[in-house]
Design a protein around this ligand. Structure first.
Ligand code: SF4
Length: 258
């Protein structure tokens, strides 16, 4: 199976390994990925480098379609456990991200109040106040941190603009613990370079940042589907559990999806 794009604004619901019955919301283009990262493991494939003008889905379309789907699922007795902002790229890049989050929270409160609202983000936009305000209002503010080292982030996540781990961590600390850190662990080779963020040097430095940031929780996972770089390896679930135990030793809960 190849990497694949989401071809709708609202997708699923899918049974998520991490979140339960999850209804997806895609703010990004339906015909291509738009992201400030270009992760070697991205399930949507490589980020297009054609400089095309971004085509975000409109706030009105998102509100209308999300409302319709939530009403339909609730009427069928199967409301989602979670409304998840993810999709074909980085949701916080949408210029009306904050307003869209407010719309989603209002719809959730009115139709299926037990559902959580989650955002899966690569944290590149959390320097923007509006993005931080929105992320502070959602139930699960899930931010990516794949390594404590800039050179490893360059190898694994390929940031498209200026990115430093130190700057990202400083912004994460502004949430004062109201965030979940999400980390992809993988090994292998990509573009002739060895990639492994599970070495003791990597895990030790990453744990130190986790301790500094003090999130509510950490989610660690490994490759589950096809990746644009085909020479990557899944990390054994036992290895992930050993890393999780070290997070838990810091007094922070850690879920594992192997
Ligand atoms: S941050 Fe997410 S959407 Fe963007 S390239 Fe990485 S995995 Fe894909």
């Amino acid at each position: 199976m190849a990497t694949a794009l989401f071809d709708d604004i609202i997708f699923g619901p899918v049974r998520s390994r991490r979140l339960g019955l999850s209804l997806g919301v895609n703010l990004l283009p339906l015909d291509g990925k738009l992201c400030s990262f270009n992760c070697i493991y991205c399930e949507c494939g490589w980020t297009a480098g054609d400089g095309a003008k971004p085509r975000f889905n409109s706030r009105e379309d998102v509100r209308r379609l999300l409302g319709e789907k939530l009403r339909e699922m609730t009427a069928a007795g199967m409301p989602p456990d979670v409304i998840t902002f993810a999709g074909n790229g980085e949701p916080t890049m949408h210029p009306e991200f904050e307003q869209i989050i407010d719309d989603a929270i209002a719809l959730r409160d009115g139709i299926c109040p037990a559902a959580k609202v989650s955002v899966l983000s690569n944290a590149t936009m959390v320097g923007r106040e509006g993005v931080r305000r929105a992320l502070l209002r959602v139930d699960n503010n899930i931010l990516k941190l794949d390594s404590a080292f800039d050179e490893t982030v360059r190898l694994i996540d390929n940031p498209q603009g200026s990115y430093t781990v130190a700057g990202t961590v400083a912004n994460m600390k502004l949430f004062e613990g109201r965030l979940i850190i999400q980390t992809m662990f993988l090994r292998g080779e990509c573009g002739g370079q060895r990639v492994d963020n599970t070495t003791e040097r990597e895990v030790g430095a990453w744990l130190e940042l986790v301790r500094e940031i003090g999130p509510q929780k950490v989610m660690i996972y490994t490759i589950d589907r096809d990746t644009p770089c085909p020479t990557l390896e899944k990390v054994a679930v036992e290895d992930l559990r050993r890393i999780a135990a070290r997070v838990e030793a810091l007094g922070i809960g850690c879920s594992v999806a192997g």
